[in-house]
Design a protein around this ligand. Structure first.
Ligand SMILES: *Cc1c(COP(=O)(O)O)cnc(C)c1O
Length: 377
């Protein structure tokens, strides 16, 4: 099976982890601090706070902005479910916002109609490695005096207007889950330029205290610490990141070129203000379900798009019944992500492209036959 996604793991992660194990210091310490420094260098953010996963990063960012019971947060309807779940975890209510048909990111024009006196924040999600329209988000948040928490879980390396995403607003959250552009196994990080937000996040992830070794707690906090093993993997992955991003760019262009003359496939539009990282290469496909089945039979794994929040079984009854979200629904029905792992070989990719072409050739030659059967058989 050619995997849709797979992390690039080799001796470099093993050597970093081995060093940590041999040191016997496994809970968060210097290696995690070094990982945070690496992320700050990459992104240009003033603060980077490592946590155990991306969901915890979103939660801390929300709480540091004082979002909780009785508040509403505007979240794009097409996203991984954790964006909305983190809002619930913070005690607030996610409000599902339509997305744009071109970039698949939040439709800020549609968000204006969702603002109430309870709205506290907007959470743009940088989906599939491209940025939401942060110009529009900033203008919108200014106009309605809202906080901005970027869900940048999928967006390490992504820039908008030549600046790394994740700290355009008040704070942003990244994930280093196994299938993300780079991984720590599990892991997350919060970016912010605000000293106050950074300090609150550090307290929240460390039982409400600013330093270890004290047992008098002025604040209520939790334990969302990263481990030194996770950070060690992250440090090795950070060194590989430029190569991973470059390889994903090549994979993207090879698909775009190789499938350019297949009219049944449309690539997802990329905003020219954005420097994307092609975490997944995705298309809108005619006969998407059949294509996915056909490719699976050929040993090619693909992935469907995220199920929109308003269609999630766990969010039945949450969306405004007046809204039917035609864009996220049709994107969900047509979207397919092709194998996009760093380790995908050129031969494998040529095979995938040939199989997709073959699928649509069979389909188009089958159509007139079905009609012709009646008169010509
Ligand atoms: C992966 C992801 C998350 C959650 O990150 P975890 O590290 O798995 O908790 C949140 N939002 C989006 C958009 C994601 O893709």
């Amino acid at each position: 099976m050619i995997p849709q996604i797979q992390p690039w793991i080799d001796d470099s992660e093993w050597l970093e982890v081995k060093r940590v194990i041999e040191s016997t210091y496994l809970t968060e310490n210097k290696v995690t601090a070094k990982f945070e420094e690496g992320i700050k260098e990459l992104t240009g953010a003033k603060h980077a706070i490592a946590v155990c996963n991306g969901t915890a990063a979103l939660y801390c960012a929300l709480k540091a902005l004082d979002i909780g019971h009785g508040d509403e947060v505007i979240v794009p309807n097409l996203t991984f479910v954790a964006s909305a779940n983190a809002v619930i975890m913070a005690g607030a209510k996610p409000i599902f916002c339509p997305v744009k048909a071109d970039t698949l990111c939040i439709d800020v024009d549609a968000a204006a109609g969702l603002v109430t006196d309870k709205t506290k924040a907007i959470m743009p999600v940088h989906l599939y490695g491209q940025s939401a329209d942060m110009d529009a988000v900033l203008t919108f948040a200014n106009r309605f005096e809202l906080k901005i928490i970027e869900d940048a879980a999928q967006a390490i390396g992504v820039e908008f207007n030549n600046r790394h995403v994740g700290y355009y607003g008040d704070a942003g959250a990244f994930s280093f889950y196994g299938n993300k552009t780079m991984t720590c196994g599990e892991g997350g990080i919060i970016l912010t330029n605000s000293d106050r937000i950074a300090q609150t996040c550090r307290r929240l992830k460390n039982h409400g205290r600013s330093h270890r070794g004290t047992f008098v707690h002025e604040h209520i906090g939790f334990n969302f610490a990263m481990t030194e093993m996770q950070a060690a993997v992250g440090i090795a992955q950070l060194r590989k990141l430029p190569a991973i991003i470059e390889r994903k760019r090549q994979i993207y262009h090879a698909y775009i070129t190789g499938l350019a003359d297949v009219p049944q496939l449309q690539p997802v539009f990329i905003d020219p203000r954005c420097k994307p990282v092609h975490w997944f290469t995705s298309f809108y496909a005619e006969n998407r379900a059949e294509l996915a089945d056909y490719l699976a039979d050929q040993g090619i794994q693909t992935r469907l798009f995220f199920c929109p929040l308003h269609l999630q079984p766990c969010y039945q009854g949450w969306a405004d019944p007046q809204m039917n979200y035609p864009v996220s629904t049709s994107v969900y029905e047509q979207g397919i992500s092709l194998p996009s792992a760093y380790g995908l070989t050129d031969d494998e990719q040529e095979f995938i492209i040939a199989q997709i072409r073959q699928f649509y050739q069979l389909k188009t030659s089958a159509k007139p036959l079905a009609v012709g059967c009646v008169s010509e058989a």
